[in-house]
Design a protein around this ligand. Structure first.
Ligand code: ZN
Length: 136
């Protein structure tokens, strides 16, 4: 089995923001020269998350609305006493820091409307995304 690893960074510009990163990941999968396997996309941060779903302006607004409603920034959380970002930790822990996609014929397997997105939950910051492609 081969493993190919590459990390890239994204500068975010808002507190809660959705950024499409599909193209970055697809280029890495291509470079990996792995034909069949899996691709793990991971962000090593406690206040960011990775999702796979549709990237369309209205649903992107809905992701942000949903995160704000469920995780309530400034909602009286204990951790807000330390650094005012409890909502970001809660959302990151529930949504998840990574996702796995199949790789076949040297490319990512994904549905027409499935894009890979970084969710910034406590920006603006610089975020790292690590991509590991495993297979043959
Ligand atoms: Zn914190």
């Amino acid at each position: 089995m081969k493993i190919y690893t590459e990390t890239f960074t994204i500068k975010t510009s808002r507190r809660i923001q959705v950024i499409k990163v599909t193209e970055y990941v697809e280029k890495i999968v291509e470079k990996s020269n792995i034909n069949e396997g899996i691709c793990h996309i991971f962000t090593p941060h406690a206040t960011a998350a990775i999702i796979i779903n549709e990237y369309e302006p209205r649903i992107v607004e809905d992701y942000i609305k949903w995160i704000t409603e469920i995780f309530r920034p400034g909602g009286g959380w204990r951790h807000d006493e330390i650094d005012d970002n409890a909502h970001a930790h809660l959302a990151s822990s529930m949504i998840g820091s990574g996702r796995i996609l199949p790789v076949s014929k040297r490319s990512l397997v994904r549905g027409t409307w499935q894009e890979i997105m970084l969710i910034e939950l406590d920006g603006p910051r610089e975020r790292r995304i690590m991509v590991q492609v495993l297979g043959e």
